[in-house]
Design a protein around this ligand. Structure first.
Ligand code: GLP
Length: 236
């Protein structure tokens, strides 16, 4: 595991964007596993900047996002599809048919989950998986549990996650109670993983995940079993 500490969110964003850009330049048809949350926003800005300068081409790149709220369609401002459009896909050219976010409004959620995993397999797996980390150690929406789940699945969000994410909604009652999340199988099968964590508030959970016991009670701890993880942490 490679651990990089920076002193600003800006620097974290630049370094992570360079990492992703290098992956796409070396392999334009890369499959990127992309993430949402507040932490990646700066990375997507840096990638947009590179694209505008003509230094980055996503026209062959595939993106398969980690997760989506159940019950929010892509037109809802807090859906992760909307987030990805706003922060990246509307600014850089990805072929629309090459960007994937789980459908949280699918009639048959179990079938949607199965299809999501099948899609990852059809594309040959993920080349580079970007991850944030929740305050409870979740990655994607893999919440603390008594077992790790390999497949994409529907998860009941914990009250602490609902509360943490309520800052994006006008009231806590509007936060969906469930989400679809990629499971640990697709995440851990990614060839490379880039984990970002911003701010002192994330330091404790990050250190525990990287150095403590591997346990489904702290989902990010499973990353200790992956052979190519880069962590970028900003102390700001
Ligand atoms: C959400 C997302 C995660 C993300 C986490 C942390 O719960 N499902 O993928 O890592 O938030 O978000 P933030 O970066 O805003 O702290």
């Amino acid at each position: 595991m490679k651990f990089i500490t920076t002193n600003s969110y800006e620097r974290l964003s630049e370094l992570a964007a360079e990492y992703i850009a290098a992956q796409v330049i070396l392999k334009p048809e890369s499959v990127l596993g992309l993430a949402t949350g507040s932490s990646p926003v700066g990375i997507y800005k840096c990638l947009t900047e590179k694209f505008r300068k003509g230094n980055l081409d996503f026209s062959k790149t595939v993106s398969i996002n980690l997760d989506e709220y159940v019950g929010l369609d892509g037109s809802h401002e807090q859906s992760y599809r909307y987030f990805m459009q706003e922060n990246l896909f509307d600014h850089v050219f990805f072929k629309p048919e090459n960007t994937f976010v789980p459908n949280g409004c699918a009639e048959d959620l179990a079938a949607e989950c199965r299809e999501y995993d099948a899609r990852v397999r059809r594309f040959g797996g993920i080349d580079l998986q970007l991850l944030g980390i929740g305050f409870d150690g979740h990655i994607g929406f893999n919440e603390p549990d008594d077992h790790f789940t390999a497949e994409t699945h529907v998860v009941d969000l914990l009250p602490s996650t609902i509360e943490a994410n309520s800052r994006f909604f006008s009231s806590i009652d509007e936060v969906p109670k469930q989400a679809i999340t990629m499971g640990m199988g697709s995440i851990m099968n990614a060839r490379k993983i880039l984990l970002i964590a911003n701010g002192q508030k994330k330091k404790e959970v990050l250190m525990e995940a990287m150095n403590g016991n591997i346990t489904p009670r702290l989902p990010a701890s499973i990353l200790q079993l992956h052979r190519d993880v880069t962590v970028i942490f900003s102390e700001e």
